[in-house]
Design a protein around this ligand. Structure first.
Ligand code: ZN
Length: 90
C-alpha cells in the first residue's frame, strides 16, 4: 500500500481509543480545545513549531472535536462509560 493518507501523522491511531483517553482525563478536552487553535496564519498554535507546520484545525483538535461530539451523545443518553472506566481503575 502506498496511499497518500499514510503520510498523515497519527494515521494509525485508533480514534475510539484516543477519544476515550481524552474523555477519561479531567480537563483534557477543554484544554485541547482552548490550546489547539488557529494562530492567525491558519496554523495550530501548539502543533506548529519553528520547524514544523500543522494546519489548523490540527489532528489533535480533530480528536478533541470528536470527543466533544461523543460526550454530547453520551450525556444525552445518560450514560458515562468514561466514568465507569475511572471507577474500575480506582
Ligand atoms: Zn494542534
Amino acid at each position: 500500500m502506498n496511499s497518500a493518507h499514510s503520510a498523515e501523522p497519527g494515521a494509525g491511531l485508533n480514534t475510539d481509543a484516543v477519544v476515550t483517553f481524552i474523555l477519561g482525563e479531567p480537563g483534557m478536552l477543554l484544554r485541547l480545545l482552548t490550546e489547539h487553535v488557529d494562530d492567525g496564519r491558519g496554523l495550530c498554535k501548539v502543533c506548529s513549531t519553528a520547524g514544523t507546520r500543522h494546519l489548523s484545525p490540527c489532528r489533535v483538535r480533530g480528536y478533541a472535536t470528536l470527543a466533544l461530539q461523543h460526550k454530547g451523545r453520551r450525556d444525552a443518553a445518560g450514560t458515562d462509560p468514561a466514568a465507569a472506566v475511572r471507577d474500575r481503575s480506582l
